[in-house]
Ligand binder design. Structure first.
Ligand code: GRF
Length: 366
């Protein structure tokens, strides 16, 4: 069966397997767990468990139950992927996904001959309901030693601390005045932002943005956008992508970059491109947002820092700051008030990113 068509076994299938084994005087081993981000500890445990019988079924916690057990950032891999990876192991004959907190119903239906559990449990610390079900169906309970130093949580923490031990490598893209770039530069200089600006890229050769970057001694690149005044040509898209890759950029910051980035960049940096926009998104997307706020008669406006996706000004909002729209405001006056907030908010979001390490699945909380 091609792997993309993989689907977990049904409980009835596993019960049939168990009955067939029993007719031959053989044993079915049952174990359960989350098996997120498989590591050698899992593999060794599963090999040992499988050796207790003649076939083994793994009952896999559903995504919702992993979330309930391990917290909102887990699982890292969804239940179908986890099931598929597990099913590919030599020790595993079948995988069933179960959504309940306890494996009781599965134990009662499948009636395994052997129940194996990792060594952070003792027979006494097994859940009373599961233990009663196991005793009821006559399953032999076997606790197997844990493999030291191997755990999914340990692996995740190692990745996070290694990442946060490094300084965040930021690229800033802009086309205009560069006031947000200036704010990021000062935050780095005064230590509030523990990051390195490793590339500054503009589609405007004569912009104040690029001038500021050069004055600060940063690696500054003008990328010729091509002949279309609104779009960024394919050659420019490629050149920007190459600058980012060469500079090993972690996070791309769009600070007044007036053209749309396309694939493959959007996917390659998915969850790692942020934009600052002068409105309270989803209100007033696109250009001239302060003017639109005034025309709409809004009494409040502000700025939004959000993740960039292929759709303009539509990615996940990371943070917002509000300002009043005052009587007699011109678009310029309002924009200046909004920008003053942008200059605080954008470095703050980036600083949060540095403190926590890069988000595992692409989002930082506001
Ligand atoms: C900012 O208002 C930002 O929200 C928008 O473009 C402007 C850039 O200003 N995307 P600056 O070049 O940083 O001064």
């Amino acid at each position: 069966m091609p792997l993309e068509n993989y689907s977990p076994a049904s409980i009835a299938d596993v019960r049939r397997l168990r009955d067939a084994l029993e007719q031959q005087g053989k044993k079915l081993v049952f174990t359960n767990g989350c098996f997120d981000l498989l590591h050698a500890g899992h593999v060794r445990y599963l090999e040992q468990a499988r050796a207790l019988g003649d076939a083994m079924v793994v009952a896999l916690n559903s995504d919702a139950s992993v979330r309930a057990l391990k917290g909102p950032d887990r699982p890292l891999n969804n239940e179908n992927d986890r099931a598929e990876v597990l099913a590919a192991l030599r020790a595993v004959d079948a995988v069933v996904v179960f959504a309940e907190d306890r494996a009781t119903r599965l134990i009662e239906t499948i009636r395994p001959h052997v129940y194996a559990k990792g060594g952070d449990y003792t027979v006494d610390s097994l859940n009373a309901e599961e233990r009663a079900a196991l005793e009821n169906v006559g399953a032999e309970i076997r606790i197997l030693p844990l493999v030291p130093g191997r755990s999914t949580t340990g692996t995740i923490n190692k990745m996070l601390s290694e990442k946060s031990g490094q300084r965040l490598r930021i690229a800033v893209l802009g086309s205009g005045e560069g006031s947000n770039l200036r704010a990021i530069i000062s935050s780095v200089q005064n230590g509030r932002l523990d990051a390195d600006i490793v590339a500054v890229i503009s589609d405007q050769a004569e912009s104040r943005f690029l001038e500021l970057s050069r004055e600060a001694g940063l690696p500054s690149h003008f990328v010729d956008p091509g002949s279309n005044p609104r779009k960024l040509g394919d050659a420019a898209q490629k050149e920007i992508f190459e600058h980012l890759e060469r500079a090993r950029v972690d996070v791309v910051v769009l600070a007044g970059f007036m053209r749309i980035l396309k694939e493959p960049l959007i996917t390659a940096y998915s969850g790692r491109i942020v934009n600052v926009h002068p409105s309270l998104l989803p209100k007033h997307k696109g250009a001239n947002a302060p003017q639109l706020a005034i025309e709409a008669g809004d009494t409040e406006s502000g700025c939004t820092v959000h993740l960039v996706t292929a759709e303009i000004d539509a990615g996940l909002t990371l943070a917002q700051a509000r300002v009043p729209v005052l009587p007699g405001d011109t678009p310029e006056k309002l924009h200046a008030r909004i920008k003053a907030e942008e200059h605080k908010l954008l470095p703050q979001v980036l600083a949060k990113w540095c403190q926590r390490g890069l988000p595992v699945r692409g989002a930082v909380a506001s």
